[in-house]
Design a protein around this ligand. Structure first.
Ligand SMILES: [Zn+2]
Ligand SMILES: [Zn+2]
Length: 426
């Protein structure tokens, strides 16, 4: 057999789970501290949700979606992003009518058919928040603080926060016209992709990674000078809030995020330690138009998505270590001979039901090999059970730290383990 995980996908083995859990637990704890509640939406959705929500000419919709035609019924798409599904759920369950302002968080896999390369996966895992029901700039700032502090708590330091404002339907046309005017005479200097973008999605030229395009973009008018009064006030309020919270940031006109649903605030956090072009740890922004586009009220919404895979790469790039692959146990039961195996398995069962993390050999190993296994696991306590112990109604309990042994009744084990200061926390 020569079957392997597909390019752009990967297995996360038990030895790697420690970091994943650290990231997910940190996210869950922080999102709740900031007032967000968890939501889970399906992995696949009606394809029209993404076509309508993200925009027909976006890279994701044009070429990166995993779309399944299943005969009868609507076309399905594995979710390439999570904001449109969360907004869909918010509208479908009439949450906007009962309590219009709602804050959600989510974590889980997303799917994009991109060329696999370092730090880029076709299935990748994101943690994100969506705050729906307000256009207040302080809310944008709150989400940015949350993302920035998430990385700080994970000791991912030296990262860059770059923000921008894309304006809204009032001022965006003037920004688009200005961009077309300045780029129109220089089309032959742009890369092939950007020449297409000029007609279809001119803002995407701003974040082109090609060297030639970058130098042209550097010389363009700062489009935020064209923001209407409302958008300017919003952008000023956001920058004021970030400054007041002492969050370092820079204004970068290249940040456009590539989806039609964004308005006003857009931002990204990148990590120079990751190197190369795939160094964004996450990003977000305001998506008031998306809610309207999906048939909802014009209440406003803002959020972000952070890449869990990239966060792990960022921790490893800073010398962070994977955790041990062995399960964390309180007690390992050593079976002296086959005749007492049934009693040993029943003992293990009873201890587990009492909340003690217990395991036992299932391979018929010798006592010596079982002790070696207990040692390798790093378990503090070993319970030895043989015919002698059974006839006396006791268990021989060995403290692997001190080497001391004692005979103890089964009902005394939970108390004995709890009293030992070295017991690993659950
Ligand atoms: Zn280009
Ligand atoms: Zn505006």
């Amino acid at each position: 057999m020569n079957l392997k995980a597909l390019p752009g996908t990967r297995d996360i083995l038990p030895s790697e789970m420690g970091l994943w859990r650290r990231i997910e637990e940190k996210g869950r704890e922080m999102f709740q501290r900031w007032g967000y509640r968890e939501i889970r939406t399906p992995i696949f959705e009606d394809t029209r949700l993404f076509r309508r929500g993200l925009g027909e000419t976006t890279d994701i919709v044009e070429k990166e979606m995993y779309t399944l035609e299943m005969g009868k019924g609507p076309s399905l798409t594995l979710r390439p992003e999570a904001t449109a599904p969360v907004v869909r759920a918010y509208l479908q369950h009439n949450l906007h009518k009962t309590r219009p302002f709602q804050k959600f968080f989510y974590m889980g896999p997303l799917f994009r058919h991109e060329r696999p390369q370092a730090h880029r996966w076709r299935q990748h895992s994101q943690l994100g928040v969506e705050a729906i029901g307000s256009k207040e700039a302080w809310l944008d700032a709150e989400t940015i603080r949350l993302a920035q502090q998430f990385f700080a708590d994970l000791e991912i330091t030296g990262i860059n926060l770059r923000i921008n404002s894309l304006g809204d339907e009032q001022c965006r046309p003037a920004m688009r016209d200005q961009l077309r005017k300045e780029l129109g005479g220089r089309l032959d200097e742009l890369c092939k992709k950007c020449r297409e973008r000029y007609d279809r999605n001119v803002f995407r030229i701003l974040d082109c990674k090609e060297e030639g395009c970058r130098s042209i973009v550097d010389g363009l008018t700062d489009l935020t000078t064209l923001l209407c009064d409302d958008c300017r006030r919003h952008f000023d309020a956001l920058r004021g809030a970030l400054t007041a919270m002492q969050i370092p940031f820079e204004h970068d006109a290249r940040i456009v995020r590539g989806l039609d649903y964004y308005c006003r605030t857009v931002w990204e956090i990148d990590d120079p330690e990751l190197g190369g072009s795939q160094n964004a740890l996450g990003g977000g922004g305001r998506y008031d138009p998306l809610i309207v586009q999906l048939g909802g009220p014009d209440v406003g919404g803002v959020g972000f998505a952070l890449g869990a895979d990239r966060a792990i790469d960022a921790i490893l790039a800073r010398g962070g270590a994977e955790d041990s692959s062995e399960p964390v146990l309180d007690l390992f039961v050593v079976v002296v001979e086959a005749s007492v195996r049934d009693e040993a398995y029943l003992l293990v069962d009873r201890l587990r039901l009492q909340g003690i993390r217990t395991d036992v050999d299932y391979e018929g190993k010798s006592v010596k090999a079982q002790m070696r296994q207990a040692h390798r696991i790093g378990v503090r306590w070993v319970a030895v059970i043989g015919p002698g112990e059974i006839s006396r109604g006791v268990i021989r309990l060995k403290d692997m730290e001190s080497g001391r042994e004692e005979e103890i009744g089964e009902q005394g084990i939970p108390g004995r383990l709890a009293a030992s200061t070295g017991a690993k926390p659950a």
